[in-house]
Ligand binder design. Structure first.
Ligand code: AVI
Length: 344
């Protein structure tokens, strides 16, 4: 990667200019874990294992092929789906407050950065020594980083194509600068609480003893609001849910008929989570990787959990990972929160 100027550690901004060859080099140095693309057989085996389980399930990662990502973008713009616009309102309104709480000039890491959309709202206020977007989707990430670099030429940007759980190697000149992980979008809600603690422990290791975490967390609220958010009138969430079956067909040669599965989404009040399922509209059989699966009428496949927390319940979870609650910001209707934790 071409870094021009003195290192940030020396007190001056380094400008990282991304060229095509930088991109190629960085791509080549991608961490091994992200380079290992699951083979068709491994995908079939994973789907088979989920469907052989007593509670049939499919990993929500299968929502996100190109079409699924477009559908998710559409979801974020729906009237019923409040999380994205509410988080944007909080980031816009409290950017300076957030910077005051977190401090400026840290190395800002964003796992699953995608299009780097939300960080734009914070970059001027946080003035990071370096912004490190991390995403498995290499081409998309580098295109987004290049665009961001042109909008914020004074902020060094160091994209890393890697899995969210990978250990990230940063340039030596960033050693000793406090790290802050930015994890917006309430993606943490798609983990079970045990998985969330595991992820937060990984964050804790990444930030070391003097770093922080700024995370978007969706809040518990009137179930009617939640049920609407995941059952939009236009049927975009239903199409998003069914699309995982089309994606699995493409990846494994399976023969799901997505139209023969109904979209089911509801708020489970005792578990504080939205559950999304696909429900078979009749008896049917599907072949995946040479194995046949029979579905009874109304039999369900679990496709996603989306856990909702209170500020306090999430702070307790984070404490299990060694993260201490410092400050939080919510919108006026208390729909969504942005929460700041430090390692010590
Ligand atoms: C990505 N994640 C935070 C979304 C959510 O709300 O749990 C995924 C989603 N599923 C249905 N609608 C949106």
């Amino acid at each position: 990667m071409a870094i021009h100027g003195r290192t940030p550690c020396q007190g001056e901004r380094a400008i990282l200019n991304l060229t095509d060859s930088d991109i190629a080099q960085a791509s080549a140095s991608t961490l091994a874990s992200s380079a290992e693309q699951a083979s068709d057989d491994a995908i079939s085996a994973e789907i088979q294992s989920g469907l052989n389980a007593e509670a049939r399930h499919i990993n929500p990662k299968y929502f996100y092929d190109e079409y699924g990502s477009q559908l998710f973008d559409q979801i974020t713009q729906l009237d019923e789906y409040y999380p994205t616009r509410t988080e944007i309102t909080i980031l816009t309104r409290f950017a300076e407050d957030i910077a005051r709480a977190t401090g400026r000039g840290s190395v800002l890491l964003e796992p699953g950065a995608g299009s780097c959309a939300k960080v734009r709202l914070l970059l001027e206020a946080l003035a990071p020594a370096c912004y490190v977007p991390i995403d498995i989707s290499r081409e998309f990430l580098f295109a987004a980083a290049q665009q961001l670099q042109s909008e914020f030429p004074h902020i060094p940007i160091h994209p890393v194509a890697a899995d969210m759980q990978a250990d990230i190697q940063l340039p030596d000149n960033l050693d000793g600068i406090p790290r802050m992980v930015f994890y917006p979008g309430s993606t943490i809600g798609n983990y079970t609480p045990a998985e969330a603690v595991e992820f937060l422990r990984h964050v804790r290791r990444t930030i070391g003893d003097n770093g922080g975490l700024l995370i978007g967390v969706d809040l518990q609220k009137d179930p009617a609001i939640l049920n609407l958010a995941y059952n939009d009138a236009a049927g975009v969430t239903a199409a998003f849910n069914r699309n995982c079956l089309s994606n699995i067909n493409t990846l494994t040669g399976a023969n799901f008929d997505p139209e023969r599965f109904r979209h089911i989404a509801f708020y489970n009040e005792s578990e504080h989570r939205i559950e999304m399922h696909l429900e078979s509209d009749s008896r049917q059989s599907v072949v995946i990787g040479g194995q046949s699966f029979d579905f009874k009428e109304s039999e369900r496949i679990l496709t996603e959990y989306s856990y909702k927390y209170t500020v306090e319940s999430f702070a307790q979870l984070a404490a299990e990972a060694g993260l201490h609650a410092r400050e939080h910001w919510v919108d006026e209707h208390q729909l969504f929160s942005l929460q700041y934790f430090t390692a010590s």
